[in-house]
Design a protein around this ligand. Sequence first.
Ligand code: PMP
Length: 308
Amino acid sequence: MPPLAYFENEFQPVADCKISIMTHALHYGTACFEGIRVNWNDVESDLYLFRLREHQARLLKSCKVLKINLPYTVQELCDLAVELAQRSGYKEDVYIRPLAYKSSETIGPKLHALEDGFFMTVTPFPPYLDVEKGVRACVSSWRRIDDTMFPPRAKVTGLYINSAIAKTDAVDAGYDEAILLTADGHISEGTGQNLMMILDGKLVTPPSSDNVLLGITKDTMMTLARDELGVETEERTLDRSELYMADEAFFTGTASHLTPILEVDSRPVGNGQIGEITRKLMTLYFDIIRGKNARYREQWCTPVYRRS
Ligand code: PMP
């Protein structure tokens, strides 16, 4: 079956979905999006969308920042995502990408008096970073976009040019991923991931006021650390030096899952191996996202083929 998308109020082959080269969003980055994992459960032969409602709710908040009026409620967006996954018939891990955009064919950077467009795609998607082996990261010389420039809590396409330059410079320098600091030099996040670390047995991560996206995977890890492992959690401003002294560190994100960071700026994190708490969180998380943990299934997982 050819890849499908939901576009202009119908499900149709991606190859038939066309937009104009004059589209405002293409010229000015005036679009916002989500990434939603749909995970294959081999025992049940079913797919599970992970924390679908939270993703669609975040999309509507990003739309508000861009003054995009989508004609859908959170529930309607959830139903569309499930139907897109169902109709596509995948039996492997896939990724759903809803995207809302300024569709007017008009010159001029602005947010007002423009038409809105929307589509949703689905595509096979293996882990984005090397989850099994872990990664080497560097602190980028580029700073994370600040709330005084554009709201970084909104998942807006134009903002990702900040991530793109940091990522490519890191890869060109031989690293796997970049860590961006805030304008005043505190740790913010990765290019498409939140950053978390274990310091003296506590799980710590930068607060949203340090210009991080309000990560759903980060929230998942905070919940699991607290409720399953009895590990204390804290959101606070973090210095670069704390990253060098952390016992464990990892990235979290829908695409990246939980990816251990083994090295930062050519210094090993902890003993340079995947840490004990990181390992425990990984084990819990990978079962949960496939609907294999009864405690979180109802709350966080939406089945695709077997509607409950
Ligand atoms: N920060 C940025 C910049 C991201 O793009 C992402 C991925 N959406 C995240 C953090 C992690 O967010 P989530 O866990 O909700 O995917």
